[in-house]
Design a protein around this ligand. Structure first.
Ligand SMILES: C[S@@+](CC[C@H](N)C(=O)[O-])C[C@H]1O[C@@H](n2cnc3c(N)ncnc32)[C@H](O)[C@@H]1O
Length: 216
């Protein structure tokens, strides 16, 4: 769901930097071949991720929820060669597509793809690592759990970006919060971040809602 008027969104897209041929192609193939292509971040959010990476110049990055690799390619393309970037995807059927997309985008050496459940893999990956940037974009019911697992693994000045935090506006509906596990989890997650004074957080109504939290 878009919360911003469609014409305004189109104007924003037309007046933002182009996403480029590779991302166009990943988007096109995803819409042709995947059952739920709208999960892909898309142009505006992709540009947003690239800009954050360019400004922050993070050395250690984690993404939860790779899907076909669109957002990972955005992040990786803006990363310096000496950075370490891990992305986790649970669906093993996506592995070949993701690898192909990384190779086509020439970022395969900059990204380490982990296939499996992030809830299990996070602890293996972050054993000795703290992150400068984390992008959470996976199973909504586990957002609070991801926050608990990762909140102490973000460096001071590091950024946590989380997608779908407005969940098509369902977070406004008390019935949904009570009866729908996804809405409840997202609302709990938003409250956890707001009430955690070690983070400065803002929710932006871009696409389905993105929250941006800086570790103080
Ligand atoms: C919204 S999509 C990610 C979109 C991607 N970040 C992009 O912008 O193109 C969410 C992905 O998270 C994956 N996922 C769901 N639960 C997961 C889990 N527990 N561990 C890892 N990946 C998971 C899904 O299979 C799906 O591909």
């Amino acid at each position: 769901m878009n919360f911003v008027d469609e014409n305004i969104m189109n104007y924003c897209l037309e007046h933002s930097s182009e996403q480029g041929e590779i991302l166009n192609e990943i988007e096109r193939q995803t819409y042709l071949k995947q059952i739920n292509p709208r999960m892909l971040s898309g142009h505006l959010q992709g540009n947003f991720l690239k800009l954050i990476v360019t400004i922050l110049n993070p050395k250690k990055v984690l993404e939860i929820g790779t899907f076909t690799g669109y957002s990972a390619v955005c992040i990786a393309s803006a990363l310096n060669e000496d950075s370490e970037f891990h992305t986790i995807e649970i669906d093993e059927e996506l592995e070949n597509t993701i690898i192909t997309n990384f190779i086509n985008a020439k970022v395969e050496k900059k990204v380490k793809l982990h296939i499996g459940n992030a809830l299990q893999l996070i602890s293996e990956i972050h054993n000795n690592i703290n992150f400068d940037l984390i992008f959470i974009d996976a199973d909504k019911e586990n957002y609070p759990e991801y926050f608990n697992l990762l909140k102490n693994k973000i460096n001071k000045g590091g950024i946590l970006i989380t997608d779908n935090v407005l969940w098509s506006g369902k977070v406004l509906d008390q019935n949904q919060i009570k009866n729908d596990i996804h809405t409840k989890a997202i609302n709990d997650f938003n409250l956890m971040l707001k009430n955690d004074y070690s983070f400065e957080t803002v929710i932006l109504p871009i696409r389905d809602g993105i929250s941006l939290s800086v570790k103080k």
